[in-house]
Design a protein around this ligand. Sequence first.
Ligand SMILES: [Mg+2]
Length: 222
Amino acid sequence: MLDWKDIDTVLLDMDGTVLDLHFDNYFWEEFVPARYGEMHGLSAAEASVMLRARYEKVKGTLDWYCLDFWSDSLALDIPRLKEDIRHKIAIRPHAVDFLEQLRASGRELMLVTNAHPQSLALKMQTTAIDRHFHQTVSSHSLLRAKENDGFWHALRERHPFDPARTLLIDDSLPVLRCAQREGIGHLLGVQQPDSQRPALAPSPEFRQISHFTDIMTGLEPR
Ligand SMILES: [Mg+2]
């Protein structure tokens, strides 16, 4: 699936790639609608319909990932609510083994996420996976989301890497497409980002890994 000899730098998405997307799906689709419904005297189903419409309006923009935006527009303390269910944050199977092997192989390792810095901090405090990475980058620090044009160029200016010799693993198709347009040479999707939901349909554009073990063969020091 991959020839590791061609790869010096590995960029990894956080939610749905290194971490189970279940936390985020549960948070936005069940936990927040329930709290919002309580506040406004709506059933969970009614609140869900209302919130989905609001989510749709900002999907793919930095606001969608911005905790301040949602705290303000829903009048809920979103960071606090995330803390309340932090026990649901989980590392995907084999991720730690993969990160340890990557790090030992001498490759540059960067976590690149659309998560808001406060979300990133909560997940790092809970899982301690940041110790495996040379850099952890929130797209908020570059003022655009990973699926927005120019993101990958801006990332290279901040943290130089050779795009042709770089692998990105990300569960988001729009993100993979944007990285491809901006010259990232090796791109892989994730078959089942949320352990509680069925696998995604196979993509004709990008190969998907089911587990990191799919690509750990031949991962020798460069
Ligand atoms: Mg993701």
